[in-house]
Design a protein around this ligand. Sequence first.
Ligand code: WTA
Length: 656
Amino acid sequence: MSTTAPADQTTAKVYPPSPEMAASAHIDAAKYEEMYAASIADPEAFWGEHGKRIDWIKPYTIVKNTNFEPGNVSIKWFEDGTMNVSANCIDRHLATRGDQTAIIFEPDNPEEDAQHITYKQLHVAVCKMANILEDLGVRRGDRVVLYLPMVPEAAYAMLACARIGAIHSIVFAGFSPDALSARINGSDAKVVITADYAPRGGRQTPLKSNADAALLHCKDTVKCLVVKRTGGQTTWVEGRDFDYNELALEADEYSKPVEMNAEDPLFILYTSGSTGQPKGVVHCSGGYLVFASMTHEYVFDYKDGDIFWCTADVGWVTGHSYIVYGPLANGATTVMFEGVPTYPDASRFWQVCEKHKVNQFYTAPTALRALMGQGNEFVEKCDLSSLRILGTVGEPINPEAWNWYNDVIGKGKCPIVDTWWQTETGGHLLTPLPGAHALKPGSAMKPFFGVQTVVLDPHTGEEIHDYPCEGVLCLKDSWPSQMRTVWGDHERFEKTYFSDYKGYYFAGDGCKRDADGDYWITGRVDDVINVSGHRMGTAEVESALVAHASVAEAAVVGYPHDIKGQGIYCYVTLMNGVEPSDDLRKELRTWVRTEIGPIASPDVIQWAPGLPKTRSGKIMRRILRKIAENDYGSLGDTSTLADPSVVDDLIANRAG
Ligand code: WTA
């Protein structure tokens, strides 16, 4: 596909760090080598030392206790230490930087004032929220679902949960009521925190009414705490719904952070896999925070006083680790942006950079591709001289987008850190460090400290020691922010990540490693597609489609999409007697949006009287992918198909 690194790109131009960058950055090339070697030679000693970057109530004596053996998978870091994440992100900064801005909130509408929330104000707001949650009956270990716009209250709620030991589970505000109720029920949450509306790109999503719809399918004991964002009209269920803004007026301004064990869960975050059911990825307190804060500091070369902006939504892991937990643990100033890159126009990102004098800017390739297409005048009218480091995440970055980012945004002076990681990994695993590595456009470069990436032969499962090579990307040993389990289903955790390649964590991505040992991610090797940097299980879209009365069967694959990276291509077999039509196509599209959310909107729907199946009834997705990619020359062996003529029909009627 056009957005992944072509094979010959591994020999393209390299961009070494400038002498100034190498001299001023936290980590230069020699330091990287030395620290990386130390982290692998003696993980206990390395993490024993770096674990101290956060404050512990009771210091740990055991650093690492991890096992990747199938049947016995268990991951524990700093297991006898106690601490509190909220105290680490707020209280410990109060004495030294109480009046420094912790969060800059930039609203969707540029006419609306930005807010600067200091660490002292953050402390009060989080304590109040913690007290409100306790009054609603939330106790240590209970789950709280957040379904919120990108407003400061989202961060308050996360940190308030952490403060009282509750486990938050954020549901991206773009998800549908059905997806929301599944997640409320999946984690048996006590409280849902939402807002009246979510303004985004000039439009308003009715979050409260979505939550109302979701709550119809949940236990009637679930309470709903409602943040006022627009003041727009909502319906109210007495006894179930509570007004956050009113309660905050009265709430006590202090809440004592609860002493938590390092291994107590901090949050659950649902993510798509290759089955129809998203899984609840569980992250714990101590190791997660150590790794999120350390990567935030080193990967973005964060220095005191810098203004850091990660454009993700807190509904994704990137927002968890690099808007809230990593930056705040480091006493940083972090920007929370409610809007979208193209509203009111394509200069919005760059105007926000200018307005808040952003030093580190972290976004997704899909946003860059969309903006690149709008023309450089949107960038050139903004003063981007504060920018020092640029970052990308979520999908492979194609060379055109990389070059544009480098030349037009960074003016050739800002290193680009292409960070590869996952919801499951909690923080960056592969990335260049700005002062240490000679960048290669499209390469996620090197493992971070303590990260043992290996390339396995997908057929034999053996490690490949050659350079260059290609295979599946696995991790040989644990790192502190590794997910601990799938919520309520440890067996699924083992099966998903540890059973394909015994003794390794299997990430689900393919990669190349070049002659210099630098890594190039080639994309998912399972049935997960990456749409605008968001993970979507093809099986999820399929189950949404077949839930429609007119659909007999559906198969969904990804195909190359200029802006989104991958688009969603659906082959749909209709029920006997149902006539295909454009109206039905529209209806199915709306159907999937309501079942899952707008991010799952099918790009292409092709009517398929039959699907290519083996004689044992298995759909041959490889063939469907090729047809969607418009690449019929290499369909491969179709002789095992029960009815090979199906393929000719699909090619003849290819849509899009
Ligand atoms: C993909 C997002 C190439 C990859 C943090 C991974 C990337 C999935 C990169 C995780 C990158 C993420 N280059 N591919 N720099 N970063 N990916 O869980 O396929 O939403 O497995 O986490 O995104 O997506 P997730």
